[in-house]
Design a protein around this ligand. Structure first.
Ligand code: ATP
Ligand code: LTN
Length: 332
């Protein structure tokens, strides 16, 4: 039996990028692996590496859990929990910092990008965050970690940290593998297709939030930046906007990009965008309906309580053993 684990930060409104790159993917994996175990958590400790509004943080934490269930996650087969409710994450996060090199953290793109943007008052937790992410994964002996393209580097660092620890002491941490989707691993900003669609973006036209009004969603798709070539084809270098829309179309319609390109061979961008706008609104509309049902059902808290209990049990054992191996405390 394999264990599949992923996490998502409650930092902003969930976007179509999160849905395609992470949520939908996770649900599909669960459906295609009926024998395996799934762990999913809301990474609120990661969220506070940058300032968060207290009320919003709490609301989003619940929203994300509800959205996963709305997207088809089976709560019976998932240990669904909130990261900060399982104390061992922070504990192992600290321990693993002691096996992570400064140079490794300095090479992380997410951190480098923030430095490049010249942001001031960055927190030290933002810098050490990949060690906490390694703890999130290693604490449960996860085999696979489905994530979007931007997180691949962090999973690779996790592998290095685990291997370093195992070589120093003994074979203790399972070395995980990332699972990156072939299409949709990186949905781009609708207004600037050179950067990824991000929920913490200032320009809301660039992203589609899963709880956006459906008319607003259609408008955002129709006003997505494209190019002047006028041919619907997949050429990310020269037509990044269209390539991005094709990826979205492909994932949501479950058709191949080649088939979609054929369908639009003699049509222009307007037809393509109109159809895509309808498709996105239809899919997100279904999701919103289910999301409201989950919120109204009042079952979320009991699911999260159960998740917390199971995760805590597993995590406690792993971290106690880890401390013993290192030589911390009095127990052998
Ligand atoms: P931010 O945009 O604030 O940096 P984020 O959305 O990247 O945050 P998370 O919410 O933790 O960060 O991401 C959850 C998952 O969604 C990750 O697996 C991430 O790779 C994936 N993801 C995020 N944005 C995209 C995107 N534009 N395309 C595909 N996958 C994405
Ligand atoms: N760092 C990730 C969220 C995250 C995660 C994890 C994903 C935190 N811990 C463990 C997979 C496994 C992000 O920013 N998207």
């Amino acid at each position: 039996m394999k264990r599949i684990l992923s996490g998502i930060k409650p930092t902003g409104e969930l976007t179509l990028g999160n849905y395609i790159g992470a949520i939908k993917r996770f649900v599909e994996l669960q459906q295609s692996m009926p024998e395996d175990e799934f762990y999913l958590f809301i990474a609120d400790l990661h969220a506070i590496t940058v300032p968060q509004d207290t009320t919003e943080l709490r609301r989003r934490t619940r929203d994300i859990a509800a959205m996963y269930i709305a997207a088809g996650l089976d709560p019976e087969r998932t240990v669904l929990f909130i990261q900060s409710e399982v104390k061992e994450h922070a504990e192992l996060g600290y321990l693993l910092q002691c096996y992570t090199h400064m140079g490794e953290l300095e090479r992380m793109t997410q951190y480098k990008d923030k430095i490049k943007k010249g942001e001031s008052n960055l927190t030290s937790a933002l810098f050490t965050y990949p060690a906490l992410m390694a703890a999130d994964i290693l604490i449960y002996d996860a085999d696979y970690v489905p994530v979007g393209d931007d997180q691949k580097q962090h999973v690779e660092l996790t592998r290095d940290i685990a291997t370093r620890f195992n070589n120093r002491y003994r074979d203790f941490f399972r070395v995980p593998e990332p699972i990156i989707p072939k299409v949709g691993a990186r949905i781009m900003d609708l207004q600037d297709p050179s950067k990824k669609m991000s929920k913490s973006d200032d320009n809301s036209k660039g992203y589609i939030a899963l709880l956006d009004d459906l008319q607003v969603i259609k408008k955002k798709i129709k006003s997505a930046v494209t190019d002047s070539l006028g041919i619907v084809q997949y050429d990310p270098d020269n037509q990044p906007g269209i390539a991005n829309l094709l990826s979205i179309y492909s994932v949501l319609s479950e058709k191949s990009i080649d088939d979609i390109v054929l369908d639009y061979a003699s049509k222009g961008y307007a037809d393509f965008k109109n159809d895509l706008a309808e498709l996105v609104a239809e899919k997100i509309g279904e999701l919103q309906k289910k999301y409201n049902e989950v919120i109204q059902s009042g079952t979320l808290d009991s699911i999260l309580d159960k998740g917390k209990e199971t995760a805590s049990r597993v995590a406690y054992r792993k971290v106690e053993k880890c401390k013993q191996i290192i030589g911390l405390g009095r127990k052998r």
